[in-house]
Ligand binder design. Structure first.
Ligand code: FE2
Ligand code: FE2
Length: 168
């Protein structure tokens, strides 16, 4: 990685709003939930990378999203998920963005601030994608596999969160 003016500078205090894993993010399908927990880990690693670790963190992220999105695509195909196209399109846009940043980082055209901006963009993107697209996929898989919605046991959730979820 070439020297860039922003490399080595400490990030601003609000440089990345953390994406923290909690049971509130569980969707009730083991392989998807495992991929999501790993997604949170690799995005956080990228958000807190240093000039020395940026390239490796970005490569880990790229490898992760290929595996994560391939897992979901395989389940869509296996269960004839009806909304597969727009879900896969969104995955493709994320892969494209990550690959572009990775390629430019390797060429020395981007620096640490750009990498952290990507981490923030992914942290901003993920909750809605998981809540709508991945949640719908998880519900579909469970319905096709077991004939109903999953029972998800979530630890350490406040009572008001639980009430909000069930619409009480
Ligand atoms: Fe996902
Ligand atoms: Fe997805």
């Amino acid at each position: 990685m070439k020297e860039r003016p922003d490399i080595g500078r400490p990030p601003a205090a609000d440089a990345c709003q953390a994406l923290a894993w909690s049971d509130a993010m569980l969707l009730g399908h083991g392989p998807i939930d495992a991929a999501h927990q790993e997604f949170v880990e690799v995005v956080n690693a990228l958000a807190h990378c240093s000039p020395d670790t940026a390239a490796a963190c970005l490569q880990d992220l790229e490898a992760h999203i290929h595996s994560h999105f391939a897992t979901e695509k395989a389940w869509m195909e296996k269960t004839d998920f009806p909304a597969a196209e727009c879900h896969i399109d969104e995955h493709e846009r994320v892969i494209d963005a990550v690959q572009k940043v990775n390629a430019k980082l390797c060429l020395g055209e981007l620096g640490l601030a750009d990498v952290r901006r990507l981490a923030q963009a992914l942290a901003d993107w993920f909750p809605a994608h998981a809540a709508y697209m991945d949640s719908a996929l998880s519900a579909w898989i469970n319905k096709k596999t077991y004939g109903g919605a999953p029972v998800v046991l979530r630890r350490d959730m406040r009572a008001d969160q639980r009430h909000a979820e069930v619409g009480a």
